[in-house]
Design a protein around this ligand. Structure first.
Ligand code: SF4
Ligand code: SF4
Length: 748
């Protein structure tokens, strides 16, 4: 279909008075637009109607809105499903950060128009990928998080399958005698209430409970997960829209706590073992069955320890306070000792802590455990650096180790080590990306916890991040995992208590419902919510190099037996990382492609005279770096106007051919701005910035081939709050480029 492009330049917000709008007609029509029109305020109802009228009367199917950032009023400039709009940032990234009436500001504005038209000429309106899908929710785990997830989904009108591997609902809550107080005045222990909740779950018509059941196999994609259940010898098949994994936690292996005396005496037990005694109504010394007269607790047993669990397990302090209360209620003369690193009893639980602290039979001190020894029927605990200012020795009948929580998704270290060794033992992919066997693929697949038993090419279960939790970012993207449409809830995603698990189940349910609704419309659920594009593959040119299948962070692509990618569109998050990975450049989206960005690069006018007008191309991730740039504009921070900015969905979608294109076109330097990588990454697509960093190796090789200096390309990590650093990053890079000198390919 022929494109007819109208360019609309807003005169508001200083744009009109900062630029000479008269030059734009020639620039735009030369580039292929039908016309340029200006308006005092395009965001006003009259301004929007002005464009609508032209779309109808002039037959426009592409509109370039040269005004404020596309992050402002995104809903205003929508003119129909078969029309495309490009928001060319003439405000925050042009007139608000460069001098008014300046020749260089004017040249920048003209290039912004050229890039916008180039984009609109290549891009096409996306067509959502719609198929019949299921909206049923499957919750795995019948504990507090799982039951709350099931109830929330069911109450919202969705059919739910609740899968529990044990013969009853309740999870850990069913194994606890009491829980710490959740209601004022936060003094007395309470029932967890799991039985009432389980009853409600069983009575809800929208919920089918599958007890003593596990997952044999999960294949497919969101909206179309084909799940095979395993219950004894029988196996049900379900078609599921979205999955919530609420499989909880397991206690840290007490055998690893031998340095705290575990195993040296039966009277050294874990908090879980003590809880079992309480539930049986039988708190006795395991060694002789006598009532204990003194019980010591060691807090952070394994937690907050780099050699064991480096994180805080969140609940153990309050569990010990609770257990101290159990014991004091049963044996009013028993003496309790609690040795802690810090007592973490947050918010209203402080009142519970004070209540236990005020009990004369409970002695608490901060301290470091020097030694634990079982001797003559007693447990001797040497404690250093106490609050008393002296080292002490505690003699107790029993010792309770407040051990921590390990997510059920944590794959045992031994398996992880074997996997890493197997992957390292393989040859790295050849530079042309043409690995030719499936061996690496098989060994590179993530080892899994064998809960979901996914048939994904990248592994059988939720990939885990630091410490074995599957949550893809517990601050920015709670509940989201690296598998689209599968959400984590409760202690499987972060250590938490039962009350937090309950609200977590509700939160994850909201995500699952969003997923099934979005998938049914053929649009992305997150983080590009509502995006209806999908990657298209031109398979005739595929070399089966497997880069896309290996690098997609979300396991979207499986493979056929020859290694050709098999896309599962509903798993896709539209990041474009596969597009950046593909050496053959055969992956594209309707409105985002290698060709589109190359066309934008080529549309930019490169002056011959370097001394005054060097040119720098900036590829900027639109998630964090782009808002930071906009904020720099809002704050009217000034930086050099030699930059031409192209937004990317993710820096991981950058195909290294664009750098070659830019240098061949005469750009003197290329700067990349993306999110933070590493363990505390900020990348919305998890691995995008890390992959961009890796691909910098290819870029450096390309520079060497072109006999160009490595300094011509830089990559920076920019957080959304780093707007104040933007001018220095850009101006320092300009200085570097001025030092290195002009691109010798300029003008060729
Ligand atoms: S766009 Fe992203 S999520 Fe989709 S297939 Fe490509 S790499 Fe995977
Ligand atoms: S689509 Fe591209 S990256 Fe994927 S296997 Fe084929 S050639 Fe390789």
């Amino acid at each position: 279909m022929d494109t007819k492009i109208g360019v609309y330049v807003c005169k508001g917000c200083d744009i009109g008075k900062s630029l000479d709008l008269n030059t734009f007609e020639e620039v735009a029509t030369e580039q292929g637009a039908a016309f340029v029109k200006t308006h005092d305020a395009l965001c006003s109802p009259e301004g929007v109607q002005f464009i609508h009228d032209d779309v109808a009367s002039e037959g426009l199917n592409r509109v370039s809105v040269c005004a404020c950032s596309g992050r402002v009023f995104p809903e205003l400039f929508v003119f129909g499903d078969d029309k495309l709009t490009d928001r060319a940032n003439m405000r925050e990234q042009c007139v608000w950060c460069h001098p008014t009436g300046d020749e260089d500001t004017q040249m920048l504005a003209e290039d912004i128009i050229r890039m916008s038209i180039a984009r609109l000429k290549v891009a096409e309106p996306p067509v959502p990928y719609v198929e019949e899908t299921s909206k049923e929710i499957m919750v795995i785990g019948g504990g507090i998080a799982g039951m709350n997830a099931a109830m929330s989904s069911a109450q919202a009108g969705y059919k739910v399958h609740l899968i529990e591997k044990e013969g009853q609902l309740g999870g850990w809550a069913a194994k606890f005698s009491k829980v710490f107080p959740k209601v004022p005045p936060y003094q007395e222990l309470e029932d967890s209430g799991w039985e009432k909740l389980a009853e409600k779950v069983k009575l809800n018509d929208n919920i089918t409970v599958h007890l003593s059941t596990t997952i044999k196999k999960t294949s497919g994609q969101p909206g179309k997960f084909e799940v095979t259940l395993q219950n004894g010898d029988s196996g049900n098949q379900l078609m599921i829209g979205s999955i919530i994994q609420a499989t909880g936690w397991k206690p840290y292996d007490p055998k690893k706590l031998d340095y705290l005396g575990y195993g040296s005496s039966p009277d050294v037990v874990t908090n879980i073992e003590l809880e079992e005694m309480v539930l049986k109504g039988d708190i006795k010394r395991p060694s002789d069955g006598k009532a204990p007269e003194s019980i010591a607790f060691i807090q952070c047993a394994g937690s907050r320890d780099q050699d064991h669990l480096p994180y805080c397990s969140a609940v153990c302090c309050r569990v010990s306070l609770k257990q101290a209360k159990y014991i004091r209620e049963k044996y009013p003369n028993a003496q309790i000792y609690i040795i802690y690193k810090d007592v973490r009893s947050p918010a209203q639980f402080e009142m519970f802590y004070v209540n236990v602290q005020n009990d004369d039979g409970v002695f608490m001190t901060k301290g470091e455990i020097a030694k634990v020894e079982a001797k003559d029927g007693k447990i001797l605990i040497d404690v250093e650096e106490t609050l008393l200012g002296e080292d002490i020795q505690i003699e107790a009948d029993m010792l309770v180790l407040a051990s921590g929580m390990v997510p059920t998704t944590k794959v045992p270290d031994k398996i992880l080590e074997e996997h890493a060794a197997a992957v390292e033992g393989e040859e790295a992919p050849a530079d042309d990306g043409k690995t030719d066997d499936g061996k690496k693929a098989a060994e590179a697949a993530e080892p899994g916890a064998k809960i979901l038993n996914l048939t994904y090419r990248q592994g059988t279960d939720l990939p885990t991040l630091k410490y074995g939790f599957p949550d893809s970012h517990f601050i920015c993207f709670p509940y989201e995992t690296l598998r689209t449409g599968i959400y984590a809830a409760g202690a499987v995603r972060a250590p938490m208590d039962l009350a937090s698990s309950a609200s977590d189940g509700v939160g994850a349910a909201m995500k699952a419902l969003q997923a099934v609704e979005s998938v049914s419309k053929g649009v992305a659920v997150h983080p590009r919510s509502g995006d209806s594009t999908f990657p298209d593959f031109f398979f005739q040119k595929c070399t089966q190099c497997k880069r896309c299948t290996e690098e997609c962070p979300f396991g979207t692509l499986d493979e056929d037996e020859k290694g050709t990618p098999l896309p599962n569109p509903f798993r896709c998050r539209r990041c474009g990382i596969c597009m950046g990975a593909c050496p053959e450049r055969i992956i594209s989206f309707k409105d985002y492609s290698v060709h589109m960005i190359s066309s934008m690069i080529k549309a930019i006018n490169i002056p011959d005279e370097f001394d005054e007008k060097p040119r720098i191309l900036a590829f900027v991730c639109e998630n964090d770096a782009m808002p930071a740039l906009d904020m720099a504009g809002v704050k009217r921070l000034q930086y050099n106007s030699m930059l031409r900015i192209i937004p990317l969905r993710c820096l991981g979608s950058m195909n290294s051919v664009w750098v070659s294109d830019a240098l061949s076109a005469g750009f003197d330097g290329v700067i990349l701005l993306g999110c933070k990588k590493g363990d505390d990454y900020q990348c919305h697509f998890i691995r995008g910035s890390e992959l961009a960093n890796t691909r910098m190796g290819n870029v450096r090789e390309k520079l060497q081939q072109l006999v160009l200096e490595e300094d011509r390309v830089e990559l920076h990590e920019v957080a959304i709050s780093d707007y104040d650093k933007i001018p220095k990053i850009f101006d320092d890079f300009l200085e570097t480029i001025e030092r290195v000198g002009p691109n010798p390919y300029k003008g060729m």
